[in-house]
Design a protein around this ligand. Structure first.
Ligand SMILES: Cc1ncc(COP(=O)(O)O)c(C=O)c1O
Length: 371
């Protein structure tokens, strides 16, 4: 059974545990509490009234793919043909499509340790070997060509900004990684789901350096629509038809109502406010936690803080359980994200209001003082 190699997505187990207490403070799940643009809600209502309950074509509504293409032109100055864009049920399913497109049975998928937990599990589902490459503060939590040189792999999957560290791959490093992958015939898969949620610098898309990469993004984070289950991927021209065939078989089409709603998601004024709100939250939580936990770098993107808790414990899983049990604070233990020293880390997300987080910090500070 392929399933036997998989492990639970620990944070989702934790969400269930955290629901047991009415007064839980949520630092665990990476789910924005802010609403999408009001225009999204109107578009959704209109789609319901107009009985938009059929499948769409497997690549997705052309009108939405055109809007995504316009987004790349506006945000990055990159020309992307809507023909190369594919809508998926969440970015999660896009990973499956990407691996089916680029990897054969038994081949190797490279990823950083730590990295987003589901990558390895998707690899197991398609009988691909995940290869974990440790990264840390010393390399700015970024994979570089030097990491890759020590291994053989057929595809590389990175995320920038990354979950769990919030790191952004620098322009130079991203370009060098892509060049290395092209030279070695390694497929390059770039998870850009946290683009938009970037606070101090500008983020670059892998598409700025090559058309021969797979870029994955979606509406769950910056656009604040996680439950609408809609992602997109941009594939090289030659992979459009294979991707379409996979989509036809795997999910027929992405949710239709969600696609209609997303037509109004690119509301720049609303998105600017979302970004600003997360920046304020990041600044608050970073300042509040820094005196208690070592945080290697103030993260530049996404909505997570990767905190070293080794001053308090050697077992971050037990520490997370203790925090939930004793003071009803939910955090995600680092081992969800890999095995390279991750049991000294917990991930705090800043997806809730400052008032909610402040209550959590008060509880935490007084608990650590008496512990
Ligand atoms: C880096 C990263 N990629 C992908 C996903 C999956 O997102 P979704 O399937 O909601 O688009 C997540 C969710 O937390 C994530 O953190």
């Amino acid at each position: 059974m392929r399933y036997h190699k998989m492990c639970s997505f620990r944070v989702m187990d934790l969400v269930r545990e955290a629901e047991k207490y009415e007064d839980t403070i949520h630092f665990e799940v990476g789910q924005p509490d802010l609403p999408p643009s009001p225009r999204v809600k109107q578009a959704l209502t209109k789609a319901v009234e107009e009985d938009q309950f059929s499948y769409t074509e497997s690549l997705g509504l052309l009108e939405l793919r055109e809007k995504i293409a316009a987004h790349y032109k506006r945000e990055y100055g990159v020309e992307v043909s809507p023909e190369r864009i594919l809508l998926t049920p969440g970015t999660s399913i896009a990973f499956m499509v990407a691996y089916l497109l680029t990897l054969r049975h038994g081949e190797v998928l490279g990823m950083s340790d730590p990295s987003y937990p589901c990558y390895k599990n998707f690899a197991h589902m398609v009988d691909v070997e995940p290869l974990f490459m440790p990264i840390g503060a010393e390399d700015g939590y970024q994979l570089t060509p030097t990491h890759l040189q020590q291994h053989t792999m057929q595809a590389l999957h990175i995320s920038s900004p990354s979950n769990p560290t919030g790191t952004i791959y620098s322009r130079e490093n991203l370009q060098a990684l892509i060049a290395y992958c092209h030279a070695q015939d390694i497929a390059f898969i770039s998870d850009e789901l946290y683009h938009g949620l970037v606070y101090d610098s500008k983020v670059v898309t892998a598409l700025e350096f090559s058309e021969d990469v797979i870029v994955i993004n979606g509406f769950s984070k910056y656009f604040c629509m996680p439950g609408i289950r809609l992602g997109w991927m941009i594939v090289p021209e030659a992979l459009v038809r294979p991707a379409e065939i996979i989509a036809q078989n795997l999910y027929i089409s992405a949710p239709t109502l969600s696609q209609y709603a997303a037509l109004e998601a690119f509301d720049d004024d609303h998105l600017a406010k979302t970004r600003e709100a997360f920046q304020v939250r990041r600044d608050y939580l970073y300042e509040a936690l820094s005196p208690y936990f070592k945080i290697d770098a103030k993260p530049d993107g996404a909505f997570y803080l990767w905190c070293d808790v080794s001053a308090y414990t050697d077992d971050a899983v037990a520490f997370s359980e203790e925090l939930l049990r004793e003071i009803h604070i939910a955090v995600t233990p680092g081992i969800d994200f890999g095995s390279h020293g991750t049991n000294h880390y917990v991930r705090f997300s800043y997806t809730r209001s400052i008032a909610h987080m402040r209550e959590g910090i008060e509880r935490l500070v007084s608990y650590l003082a008496r512990r």
